[in-house]
Design a protein around this ligand. Structure first.
Ligand code: FAD
Length: 338
C-alpha cells in the first residue's frame, strides 16, 4: 500500500536547494494529518554527506541514489533514478520544487510511472474527499494553483493513481528551523545505469560570472510599481534599499514596460518572496502581484490612491506621492544611521 510523503530535494554541486527544505517543512504538516512519515530524496554523485541536513530540517528518513551518471542534472538518468525510487518505495505523495529542474523532471517521471501531476501549486492540504453521501471518503492531497490567468484558484485531486504528485514554487512554503539533534534512517537505493541512459554529452558547464542578487533571498525588498513614473526612479528605490540593507523588485507592469529585468518581478508569473519587510511603492495590489508577496512578514505600502487594494494586505499604509516620500525616507534613515 502506498504510504509516506517523499520530497525530491534538488542539489547542485552538493548545495541543497532552499525550496527542497521548504517542502520538507510543509510535508511535516501534511504527514501529521495523514499519520505518515516525511522522506527526503537526494539524487546525485557523492551526496551521501548531504543526507543528514534533510533530517535536520524535518525529514524522518532519507533515501538517496549516488552515481557518477548523476553528477550533473540530465533528464534521462535522473528520471530513471527517481522512477526506480518510486517503484521500490511506493510513496503516497511526491513533492518537487517548481524550479527549472523540477519542472523538467516531475512531468517526465509522472508519465513514466503513469500518475497525475499538478504543477506550480501555491497551497497543499490533506482533506477527506467524498464522491457522494454513501462514500466513506478518502484522505487526499488537495493541490491548489492559480488557473484561468490567475482569476480563480483551482483545487486539483489525483484520486485513482499513486503517488499524488505536485510541484511548488520556491518561497511559497516555510522551512523549519534547523535542529541538529534530529536523527533518522538514511538508506541508499541502488540503480543500475547503462551507458545508453546518458543520451546527451555535456561538453562544458558554464557558470554565470557575476551572480545576480536573488530577490527571494532578500530580507528587505523595496518594490516599484507603475506609480514610480519612470525607470530612473528605480535608482532612488535602490538608494533606499541600500540604506535598509535590501534589494529592489518590481511589479509586472514595469517589467513589461522594460523598466525592470524579469528576474525582479514579484507575483504569480514572477517570483514568490517572503522578506521581513516589503515596501510596495506605487503598486496597485492586483491579485497576481499580491500572490507573490502576501507571505512577507511586514508590508508597507505607499500609494497616492487611498482605495488601492494594496492597502488591504499592508500592515502600514502611507497615502501620498512616492516621489516625495521615498527621498525623504532615505534621507531620514541615512541621518538615523549616522
Ligand atoms: P498599476 O495597476 O497601474 O498601479 C499603479 C499604482 O500606482 C496605482 O495604484 C496608483 O494609484 C499608484 N500611483 C500612481 N502614481 C503614484 C505616485 N506618484 N505615488 C504613489 N502611488 C502612485 N503583476 C505582477 O505584478 N506580477 C505578476 O506576476 C503578474 N502576473 C500576471 C499574470 C496574469 C495572467 C495576468 C493577467 C496579470 C499579471 N500581472 C502581474 C499584472 C497585474 O494584473 C497588474 O496589471 C500589475 O500588477 C499592475 O502593476 P502596478 O501595480 O505596478 O500598476
Amino acid at each position: 500500500m502506498s504510504k509516506d510523503i517523499y520530497v525530491v530535494v534538488e542539489q547542485r554541486d552538493g548545495l541543497v536547494a532552499k525550496v527542497g527544505l521548504e517542502l520538507i517543512g510543509e510535508a511535516t504538516k501534511l504527514a501529521a494529518d495523514l499519520g505518515q512519515k516525511v522522506v527526503g530524496v537526494l539524487l546525485g554523485d557523492k551526496i551521501k554527506e548531504k543526507t543528514q541536513s534533510l533530517i535536520e530540517y524535518g525529514a524522518d528518513e532519507v533515501v538517496y541514489v549516488e552515481d557518477p551518471m548523476l553528477a550533473e542534472y540530465v533528464t534521462e538518468p535522473y528520471a530513471k533514478a527517481l522512477a526506480a525510487v518510486i517503484k521500490e518505495c511506493d510513496p503516497e505523495i511526491v513533492l518537487f520544487g517548481a524550479t527549472s529542474i523540477g519542472r523538467d523532471l516531475a512531468p517526465r517521471v509522472a508519465s513514466r510511472i503513469h500518475t497525475g501531476l499538478t504543477a506550480d501549486c501555491t497551497k497543499l492540504d490533506i482533506d477527506v474527499f467524498k464522491a457522494n453521501e454513501e462514500d466513506p471518503g478518502q484522505k487526499l492531497l488537495f493541490m491548489t494553483r492559480p488557473a484561468f490567468g490567475g482569476n480563480i484558484m483551482a483545487t486539483i485531486l489525483c484520486k485513482n493513481y499513486r503517488p499524488q504528485m505536485a510541484t511548488v514554487r520556491p518561497g511559497v512554503m516555510k522551512r523549519l528551523d534547523k535542529d541538529t539533534t534530529r536523527k533518522g534512517e538514511i538508506r541508499e537505493i541502488k540503480v543500475e545505469f547503462v551507458p545508453s541512459d546518458m543520451n546527451v554529452v555535456i561538453r562544458e558547464v558554464v557558470k554565470e560570472k557575476h551572480k545576480k542578487s536573488d530577490i527571494t533571498e532578500a530580507k528587505v525588498l523595496v518594490s516599484g510599481g507603475r506609480g514610480i513614473g519612470s525607470p530612473d526612479f528605480f535608482g532612488t528605490l535602490k538608494e533606499l534599499a541600500d540604506v535598509l540593507g535590501g534589494d529592489i523588485s518590481s511589479s509586472r507592469a514595469n517589467v513589461d514596460a522594460g523598466w525592470a529585468a524579469k528576474d525582479r518581478q514579484v507575483g504569480q508569473t514572477g517570483k514568490t518572496v517572503r522578506p521581513d519587510l516589503y515596501l510596495a511603492c506605487g503598486i496597485s495590489g492586483a491579485i497576481q502581484h499580491v500572490a507573490g508577496m502576501e507571505g512577507s512578514e511586514c508590508v508597507i505600502a505607499i500609494n497616492k490612491n487611498d482605495t488601492a487594494p494594496i492597502f488591504d494586505v499592508a500592515d502600514v499604509g502611507i497615502v501620498g506621492d512616492v516621489k516625495v516620500i521615498i527621498p525623504k525616507l532615505t534621507d531620514a534613515l541615512k541621518k538615523y544611521k549616522l
